[in-house]
Design a protein around this ligand. Structure first.
Ligand SMILES: [Fe+2]
Length: 297
């Protein structure tokens, strides 16, 4: 069976456009659209060049594809026709479409590549299908979601907010904030007024965050994640991307890591604990930051 997995979407927030070809359960080729289009993230579109490339590597044509796998299981049926039309328009044939929940896609990509038979999987995202964090188990090749946290209570949104405030681009430059954090004083600021952890739950103070309603597309990377009240509370403007990085913004970056790590530990740990001592996998970029940042205490 030949499966074509695709990532992307018709809105600007859908990024890291890519295609992967799986044949008989084995990954044959995986290509990011940006490597061929030369446009970073290639946001706001479905894959085209990367689809052609994985088909070329696999020695297949689009007519050999048995199914297209796509995230966005909560997007509604209208997206099915759009994707179908897209494939007919570009490739002349539209294989059957299967949609999956965004976090299940992250969880399975971590689980199947791990080699573990039994695993506890933690995926943390800004938002995917309206969910910001999910705990999943992998067992004998099957996955089961156990718990979910919904946006806007999102560690990813929290982190993106500081990415923007420090003069970088959200959904793009979070790794720069990670690097900047190592130059600052992590005890300089206490952001308890922005994020709180109660009874194993994370709460973002909506007064300081520009939230979008449920089901609405996430904010564009050039829209402010933070409110005017946030700027007033900080007392200093957002750093302009072309300006020098002062000690102040280094300290903000470092101090923002503390609640991020604490939130991950305090929110996710109680969700994970009842499910035993399976190997634990981390999926998606927030998980990367947990692995690479120094301990907050
Ligand atoms: Fe994601």
């Amino acid at each position: 069976m030949n499966i074509l997995g695709i990532n992307g979407g018709f809105r600007q927030g859908y990024q890291d456009v890519s295609a992967v070809l799986v044949r008989g359960g084995e990954v044959i080729a995986a290509v990011e659209e940006e490597r061929l289009s030369r446009v970073k993230h290639s946001a706001g579109r479905l894959p085209y060049l990367s689809v052609l490339e994985v088909l070329r590597i696999g020695g297949l044509s689009i007519n050999d594809i048995d199914a297209v796998a796509f995230h966005g299981s909560t997007w509604g049926s209208e997206i099915d026709q759009k994707v179908r039309d897209y494939f007919l328009h570009h490739f002349g044939y539209a294989p059957p479409l299967q949609k999956y929940h965004h976090h299940n896609c992250h969880a399975t990509s971590a689980y199947y590549a791990s080699g573990y038979n039994s695993a506890l999987i933690l995926t943390i995202d800004g938002s995917g299908d309206g969910v910001s964090l999910q705990v999943t188990t992998g067992q004998n090749g099957n996955i089961n979601e156990l718990a979910r946290m919904n946006r806007p209570n999102s560690l990813g949104i929290f982190y993106s907010l500081f990415t923007q405030y420090c003069g970088f681009v959200k959904d793009c430059d979070e790794y720069k904030l990670m690097g900047l954090a190592s130059y600052g004083n992590r005890h300089a600021f206490d952001f308890g007024w922005l994020v709180d952890f109660k009874d194993g739950q994370l709460w973002l103070n909506k007064r300081y965050v520009n939230c979008v309603p449920p089901k609405a597309p996430a904010l564009h990377r050039d829209e402010m994640n933070f409110s005017k009240a946030f700027l007033q509370r900080m007392g200093s403007p957002r750093r302009l991307p072309t300006s020098t990085i002062s000690e102040y913004y280094k300290d903000v970056a470092a101090s923002g890591i503390k609640p991020f790590r604490r939130g991950s530990a305090e929110h996710a740990a109680p969700l994970c604990r009842p499910h035993g001592s399976k190997e634990t996998l981390l999926g998606r970029w927030c998980g990367t930051q947990l692995c690479t940042q120094p301990a907050y205490n």
